[in-house]
Ligand binder design. Structure first.
Ligand code: NAD
Ligand code: IPM
Ligand code: MN
Length: 354
């Protein structure tokens, strides 16, 4: 049978809880299917590892990760370490260097989700958010001088390259083209950000010529928030910069249901590096350790991983199992249910059907 080598990196907080859940569901799914196996290795990177070794990620961590077919990531960040240290130490130390330049975040209402927990009607929301994931506002360049003085200066440099804009916009056009509506919205902020975002707009014009069958439009990011809330049915595939889409993807998750179900895939479309699958949410200081986190975001990310590995049928099984749990009310509190993570995990395994 087919074997896929997966690095699991639970990280911190509820990342550990939801990754454990996703792995249990994945293993049950593989067993039921019988024609593939997932060979997991847990990599211990996160805040505990940092406190022990002084680093979030070992110097040869990228080479280690490159030996796997995919990475299943939880979340990183703890209250007693500055977020800028933990996130740049681990998560952002992988996305850019592994050139996972496309962060794909599908958004739709899972079937049977309670009307009370969503903001838009299910028929109006079926989006794919495509986030530039390797440069832009997350280039990591900048600095501070005269620290603590009144005349302190801090810079945070955003870097937009033609190459970077072209490859992500092209990738988004390809996704839009593969979907029934063939509709793409390019988000920018070229009224205020007059260099990088103007380049981005120009590149969109250029790349669009390669896709004459895709209808596309441009939208400023501020107006986009309003369109997402008031005219969700006019949107399908959406592409934008690293920071803009970070913000829009949390908004989208809340419109469809809860940040607890939102999935993401950090993809290297060239397949030179393994891609990394992770829920959109973080380590959730307010609920970590309580065992009540919603595992759906991690499980949906795992379904994306299965599809990426060529196991689409198995991925669909995970999606259908979540929908069955919604139908039965076997969900966590954020989805209107009363169950904890362990109970939902058991229900997810129970509801797996070939
Ligand atoms: P968060 O996503 O961790 O939490 C925001 C809110 O959503 C909290 O009230 C939380 O309880 C709730 N929530 C999130 N996931 C949930 C789930 N699965 N089930 C139920 N409720 C859920 O965002 P934050 O509070 O801004 O960040 C906390 C920490 O996580 C910070 O250190 C931040 O930097 C980090 N973070 C990490 C990642 C990542 O590793 N990918 C992503 C976002 C934030
Ligand atoms: C996300 C997260 C990360 C991001 C943070 C934790 C660095 O919010 O994956 O959406 O901004 O990319
Ligand atoms: Mn985010």
């Amino acid at each position: 049978s087919r074997v896929h080598k997966i690095a699991s990196m639970p990280g911190d907080g509820i990342g550990i809880e939801v990754t454990g859940s996703a792995i249990a569901v994945l293993n049950a799914c593989a067993e039921l299917c019988g024609d593939f196996r997932l060979d997991f290795k847990e990599l211990p990177y996160g805040t505990a590892y940092y406190k022990e070794t002084g680093a979030y990620f070992p110097p040869d961590g990228l080479d280690e990760v490159r030996q796997f077919d995919a990475v299943l990531f939880g979340a990183v960040g703890m209250p007693d370490v500055p977020d800028s240290i933990s996130l740049w130490g681990l998560l952002l130390a992988m996305r850019g260097p592994l050139q996972q330049y496309a962060n794909v975040r599908p958004v739709k209402c899972l079937k049977n989700i309670l009307p009370a927990v969503r903001t838009v009607a299910p028929k109006d929301i079926d989006w794919v958010l495509v986030r530039e994931n390797s440069e832009g506002e997350y280039a990591g360049q900048g600095g501070r001088s005269h620290r603590g003085f009144d005349w302190e200066v801090a810079t945070e440099l955003a870097i937009f390259t033609r190459h970077g804009a072209r490859r992500i916009i092209r990738y988004a056009f390809e996704i839009a083209q593969s979907r029934p509506r063939k509709l793409l919205t390019v988000v920018s902020k070229s009224n205020a950000q007059r260099y990088g975002m103007v380049l981005w707009d120009e590149v969109a014009e250029e790349v669009s010529k390669e896709f004459p069958d895709v209808k596309w439009d441009k939208m400023l990011v501020d107006a986009m928030t309003v369109r997402m809330v008031h005219k969700p049915h006019t949107l399908d595939t959406i592409v934008g910069s690293n920071l803009h889409m970070d913000i829009l993807s949390d908004l989208a998750a809340a419109l469809a249901a809860s940040i607890g179900i939102a999935p993401s895939a950090n993809i290297d479309p060239t397949r030179k590096s393994p891609s990394m699958f992770e829920p959109v949410h973080g380590s959730a200081f307010d609920i970590m350790g309580k065992g009540v986190a919603n595992p759906f975001g991690a499980v949906w990310s795992a379904a994306m991983m299965l599809e990426f590995l060529g196991e689409k049928k198995a991925g669909d099984m995970l999606m259908e199992s979540m929908e069955k749990c919604c139908e039965e009310g076997k969900t966590t509190e954020d989805l209107g249910g009363k169950m904890n993570t362990k109970q939902v995990t058991e229900a997810l395994i129970e509801n797996l059907k070939i």
